[in-house]
Design a protein around this ligand. Structure first.
Ligand code: 5AD
Ligand code: SF4
Length: 474
């Protein structure tokens, strides 16, 4: 049983470390019983925020004593779920069925579900009733309590389900396992206050909370000491970073401080909401040689009328003017975007406005989504849902245009020499390595695994549509 008295004077961080320690003893015991090391696998669905959360879960599991593997036949499997579109949920249930078949063959197997989908009451009810083989459920607000919940599950051999509606807590300094030694995501804020009418994120991730700049800087300094040269600053809307802090700090100011960290070579960030992107940020980006010349700037729709119904708080003209301001200061910028097709009430004219923006902006790439109705969001009850065949037709036309423009955009660097960060040996051709340019484009060139994690000057010899072949310049 949990002894409340032993933890009552501890900070949340100390308390979690305490439970991780207790869990470790139980896992050591189990290892002795089984005569082998126990394994764990954390599978991420969805966005970079979830990927970062999964690193936190893996870090805690490693600390508890598990060997982390990428095989869902492991002794402990965590599904870190996404719910942004309906098909994300469908995918999770499909994969859970497979996990159940593994569990029937491994009696010591435990299964946990967490992440955005678990913040939806109906989904948790469904799991409780129809997926009884799931041992543990928690949400986005109590991820930091994973060690404690794990201990509860393992020590009492009980099913543990705990989902909080909200939390103001940001718990720093828990264990963390990074997927790449040379680059890392860094959360700068959590949650979202924008309530775009189609989007479930503010309901499942809660209100926006910014991390203290000192904690962010300290984390990055430690990462750099540990060999990291590139960070990806993560927030649902990085441009509104710091608005709720006392004293207020802007995202541009935070970037300026991060830039000063010695040894840090590259800084990326996402996602930028167009309504909050300041001229100060455009200037910082233009003047820095550490900050990525890539902006992910979700458009969602090119129609002012639809943008209003989406509650995006900018017009088509505002968006285009913003893009002009960015390109004026950083002509080589790579712009990428998200677009939703088939939002309720979208007419052919509205759709053509979206096509028009895509033609004008010339994105390097665009993620295109078919509108998905999310229960509880305002748009779910809007009239004039667009018929499926109309949406499909628009989606195909948009995709064709996006592919054409991105091919052209990406190829504009052909023949140039650029610095690229080597990420891995090419999975199809072992004589090549794959590296990422500052504008986020991938280049493959001859190299070995010793190049991984290095910044290399590469001549972009041949554009292959969305990526390059190149050669290292010594
Ligand atoms: N339907 C379709 N796409 C959506 N997105 C968010 N909510 C929905 C939805 N209900 C898209 C937006 C967002 C991206 C992460 O997912 O384009 O920028
Ligand atoms: Fe969703 Fe809009 Fe917030 Fe992005 S800004 S997470 S689309 S509500």
């Amino acid at each position: 049983m949990l002894d409340i008295n032993e933890t009552k004077n501890l900070t949340e961080e100390e308390k979690q470390l305490y439970y991780i320690g207790l869990s470790k003893k139980i896992i050591e015991e189990k290892e002795r019983e089984l005569g082998r090391k126990l394994t764990a696998c954390v599978t991420t669905f969805g966005c970079q925020m979830n990927a970062r959360d999964s690193e936190k879960l893996s870090g805690i599991l490693r600390e508890i004593g598990y060997e982390i593997i990428e095989d869902e036949k492991a002794d402990f499997v965590v599904f870190n779920t996404c719910t942004v579109r309906e098909n994300a949920n469908t995918k999770v249930y499909g994969r859970l069925g497979i996990l159940n078949s593994y569990k029937k063959k491994n009696s010591s197997m435990k299964i946990a579900l967490c992440g955005c989908m678990m913040q939806e009451k109906d989904e948790v009810e469904k799991v409780k009733k129809s997926y009884r083989f799931v041992d543990m459920v928690f949400g986005t607000h109590n991820l930091f309590k994973f060690g404690e919940l794990f201990y509860q599950m393992i020590s009492e051999d009980a099913r543990v389900i705990e989902v909080l509606e909200a939390s103001d807590e940001i718990v720093e300094n828990l264990p963390l396992e990074r997927k790449f030694p040379f680059k890392s995501g860094v959360n700068i804020s959590f949650g979202c206050n924008n309530f775009c009418t189609y989007c479930i994120v503010p309901y499942v991730r809660g209100r926006e909370k910014s991390r203290n700049p000192k904690d962010i800087i300290k984390e990055i300094e430690n990462l750099v000491k540990d060999g990291v040269i590139e960070v990806m600053l993560l927030g649902q809307n990085v441009n509104s970073y710091g608005k709720t802090l006392e004293p207020k700090v802007s995202f541009a100011e935070l970037l300026r401080d991060i830039e000063k960290i010695e040894g840090l070579k590259r800084i990326r960030f996402m996602t930028s909401h167009p309504k909050d992107l300041s001229d100060d940020l455009i200037d910082v980006m233009a003047s820095s040689d550490k900050i990525s010349k890539h902006l992910h700037l979700p458009l969602q729709s090119g129609s002012t009328a639809i943008l209003k119904k989406m509650n995006r708080v900018y017009t088509k003209e505002d968006y285009l003017a913003l893009v002009d301001r960015i390109k004026a200061k950083t002509p080589e910028v790579s712009l990428t975007t998200d677009i939703i097709v088939g939002f309720p009430g979208e007419t052919e004219e509205d759709f053509l406005e979206t096509m028009d923006v895509v033609s004008k902006v010339q994105y390097d790439s665009a993620f295109t989504f078919i509108y998905s109705k999310r229960t509880g969001t305002p748009a779910a009850s809007f009239d004039n849902q667009v018929p499926e065949d109309v949406v499909k037709d628009r989606f195909d036309r948009l995709l064709a245009l996006v592919q054409e423009t991105s091919r052209k955009q990406v190829s504009r660097f052909e023949g140039q020499v650029m610095e690229a960060l080597v990420e891995e040996v090419n999975s199809q051709d072992e004589s090549l390595v794959s590296a990422r340019l500052l504008n986020n484009v991938i280049v493959h060139f001859p190299g070995t695994k010793d190049d991984i994690g290095k910044l290399v000057k590469v001549k972009l010899t041949k554009c292959m549509g969305f990526y390059y072949y190149g050669e290292a310049i010594s």
